[in-house]
Design a protein around this ligand. Structure first.
Ligand SMILES: [Fe+2]
Ligand SMILES: [Fe+2]
Length: 354
């Protein structure tokens, strides 16, 4: 065999993964293990710290019945968005059903979102803003349409839920400010209401926990699949819209009211949602993300190593790694407590990318 032919033969048999890097199968196995560990940790924490009930844990009889029309619009909008929880669960579950950690988590997440929709229903009911009959009919209208996934792949949806959960948290935190009389907005001066303040606070804490779970998941993707994950993040930031906005009647009116109320509008979306989420994901703002993706896309797809290095110029990979290590150590401590550590520990495996 000629030297040339031998070299060609060798090249053909060389593994596609460079030495020191994990194969996709290995990465997927690590991700699967990580999600399982994170999910177990999450459930324990959820049960210990956020096991509230939307009917019995609030003094609904003392909810104000004279809220402003704008506040009522806001509460009705929250109710409507959370009303699609069966679709939020079902649609994504079909995509992630093969992953134990992600699908079980998703069911748990759905059980928490289910409480949110019941909580907002109680605000409509006890404020006397809407009659039980009206609510019944409205639910029927809302549910006559089905929410569909904005992206049908697990990685994009992980980034979508990061942004969506943060946005939801911001919505509820700012509503809580109004209910505590801290918004400084003239229009809402008459909306101070301790029961509503408590409701908004309790629900915002749940959304923070959701945000954190998805954030951890998104950082796992950025750590093991930086190029694909950064592309997914870019797509999601570029095309993001809150769920069910196209299904809810009069959604534009609701969107205008929450924006004017400084609860959630374009300004809050950029400053309190995107900037915060990007920072948490190791990206230095939207401009850096757009510039970085442009550079990455200039490099042909086959140039994997060069593409990765362009990605690492955009992504604070050290920060992502530190956060991932921290996650593994948190899960590790939890598994020490449960005894899983001795049998099936969730162990940190470096990506080898840098
Ligand atoms: Fe929610
Ligand atoms: Fe949530």
């Amino acid at each position: 065999m000629s030297v040339e032919k031998l070299q060609t033969e060798m090249a053909a048999h060389r593994p596609s993964t460079p030495v020191g890097l994990l194969s996709n199968e290995e990465k997927d196995r690590i991700l699967e293990r990580s999600f399982l560990g994170l999910y177990r940790w999450y459930v324990s924490r959820s049960q210990k710290t956020r096991n509230w009930n939307p009917n019995t844990d609030f003094d609904w009889r003392n909810l104000r019945t004279d809220h402003s029309e704008k506040m009522n619009t806001i509460l009705e909008g929250f109710f409507a968005v959370e009303q699609y929880v069966p679709d939020y669960v079902f649609a994504l579950l079909r995509v992630i059903r093969r992953s134990h950690g992600r699908s079980q988590f998703h069911i748990r997440w759905g059980s928490e979102e289910e409480k949110h929709s019941d909580l907002w229903e109680n605000t409509l009911l006890f404020s006397r803003f809407r009659s039980p009959e009206w609510i019944e009919e409205y639910k029927d209208t809302l549910r006559s349409q089905e929410w569909e996934l904005p992206w049908d792949n697990p990685m994009h949806m992980m980034f979508y839920t990061v942004i969506q959960e943060r946005a939801t948290q911001v919505n509820y935190l700012n509503t809580g400010l109004i209910a505590r009389g801290q918004s400084g907005l003239e229009d809402f001066a008459g909306d101070v209401d301790p029961v509503l303040a408590q409701a908004a606070q309790v629900i915002a804490v749940d959304e923070a926990a959701h945000y954190n779970f998805f954030l951890e998941g998104a950082r796992l993707f950025l750590y093991y699949y930086p190029t694909q994950a950064l592309e997914a993040l870019f797509d999601v930031v570029k095309f993001f819209a809150m769920p069910a906005g196209d299904l809810i009647p009069d959604y534009n009116k609701f969107a205008a009211v929450v924006a004017a109320a400084k609860v959630y509008g374009p300004r809050e979306h950029v400053t309190d949602v995107l900037d915060v989420a990007l920072r948490n994901l190791g990206v230095d703002g939207r401009k850096a993300l757009i510039k970085g993706i442009k550079r990455v896309r200039e490099i042909p797809n086959e140039q994997g190593v060069m593409r990765t290095s362009a990605v690492l110029d955009t992504l604070d990979y050290d920060l992502v790694e530190k956060k991932v290590q921290k996650l593994f150590s948190r899960v590790g401590k939890y598994e020490e407590q449960t005894g899983h550590a001795a049998i099936a520990p969730t162990a940190f495996i470096p990506s080898g990318i840098r």
